[in-house]
Design a protein around this ligand. Structure first.
Ligand code: NIG
Ligand code: FE
Length: 391
């Protein structure tokens, strides 16, 4: 058995409230033991079990946090949309229409090219402290291109999501219901073996609530777990639909009203905010405080994609949540770790309690507050996944 002691941690964030009675579960002058990739003991450094430890990692008094759990990303695509970004910064507004440009390029790309791009983005995410990342299809939009997108996704993560209902592809512009039939039938058949989740972009320019209901129900009937892009571009029934169908998470939620909040508060669904999408589309940041006050569990994720949010950097997302959305530094860190894990129905990541994967980052700073306080500065010194250092 391999035993590693991580010692001399100035400030340890565990997300296990038994340490200090707060959600972040902070322990000072702490240590923990890793056995075969999982956490076997956590406590005061002075009480650490030191016998038969093969290796000691000295955190040198720095702050150590759980690995980020990024519960929303679109990494399987080819090309980029920098020209669209330039036009947007010059005053164009963001619409779902740009997705079809990436679809064209993705269909032309080989599996090897798609994998190379996804791996590069995953490596980028890992280097900024992400240790679990969900990844969607949705730029193939044919039976074969969706299936191969998911095959590629499975090579970079276990958290794969079938998003055949991202937008209606050009060739179905005049026969939208036929496309919905395709998604619910042959495309779903091809996607099921490679997917854990099913998602729909339910919004202006994408799919209606009725279509989204049909598609998600078809996926659920085939054993996929539902999640939903809801109310990014305009208010609508997306959040209510998500609650009705028992989704794990409603994502974006840039527009919502009291009824939406009430529905979420009485469900187990997580509200996942993606502030880097607001940043990159110059959208208005939603008032997430209303969700927090109503007791809705909230996650933060990157939404990494070539159109609306081309970043893998969760510290940047945390900085935006704190400065633009009034998250406290504690809420933001919890939402990007434990919140993301809840959104993916994972109890083995997003915290550093006994039995969890030893997925963590050591910061160059004495506190996690610096993640928002020192935006844009690479503060992630070391990243570990399953007890192995990956940065
Ligand atoms: O989550 N909203 C839908 N899908 C992506 C955008 C995809 C794109 O613009 O390429 C999102 O923001
Ligand atoms: Fe998205």
């Amino acid at each position: 058995m391999s035993r590693t002691l991580v010692d001399n941690i100035g400030l340890l964030v565990t997300n296990d409230s038994s340490h200090d009675g707060t959600p972040l579960g902070i322990a000072k002058n702490a240590a923990f033991l890793i056995e075969n990739g999982t956490i076997a003991w956590v406590g005061q450094a002075s009480a650490a079990p030191r016998s038969e430890v093969a290796k000691v990692v000295d955190a040198q008094g720095r702050c150590l946090i759980p690995g980020f759990v990024d519960s929303h990303s679109h990494l399987i695509f080819a090309g980029d949309r920098s020209e669209e970004f330039r036009a947007r910064m010059a005053g164009e507004s963001y619409s779902a229409g740009g997705i079809n440009y990436t679809v064209e390029l993705t269909r032309q790309a080989s599996n090897a090219a798609l994998l190379k791009n996804a791996r590069a983005l995953m490596a980028e995410a890992n280097a900024s402290g992400t240790t679990t990342m969900e990844c969607k299809s949705g730029y193939g939009l044919t039976v074969d291109d969706e299936a191969r997108s998911l095959v590629v996704a499975q090579q970079v993560t276990d958290e794969t999501t079938f998003l055949g209902a991202h937008v209606v592809p050009k060739e179905y512009k005049n026969s939208v219901e036929d496309y919905v039939d395709l998604v619910c039938g042959p495309m779903l058949d091809a996607a099921v073996p490679y997917s854990k989740w099913i998602d729909v972009f339910c919004d202006k320019g994408a799919f209606t609530t009725e279509q989204a209901r049909r598609i998600l129900k078809a996926g659920i009937a085939r054993g996929l777990l539902p999640r939903l892009h809801a109310n990014q571009l305009e208010s609508g029934d997306g959040i209510l639909l998500g609650v009705e169908l028992g989704v794990s998470s409603v994502d974006h939620v840039s527009h919502f009203d009291d009824e939406d909040i009430l529905a979420l508060a009485s469900s187990n669904a997580i509200a996942t905010f993606l502030p880097s999408a607001e940043f990159s589309t110059r959208g208005e940041y939603p008032d997430s405080r209303r969700m927090n006050e109503a007791g809705v569990n909230v996650a933060l994720a990157s939404d990494c994609n070539p159109g609306s949010s081309y970043t893998t950097n969760i510290p940047f997302v945390i900085a935006l949540a704190v400065t633009e959305m009034h998250f406290s530094p504690e809420q933001a860190l919890w939402s990007a770790t434990k919140g993301g894990a809840l959104a993916l129905q994972r109890t083995d990541v997003g915290h550093l309690g006994v039995g969890a994967h030893a997925d963590f980052s050591i910061l160059s700073t004495p506190s996690y507050i610096h993640l928002a306080y020192r935006p844009g500065v690479p503060l992630i010194d070391e990243v570990w996944r399953n007890g192995t250092r990956i940065k």
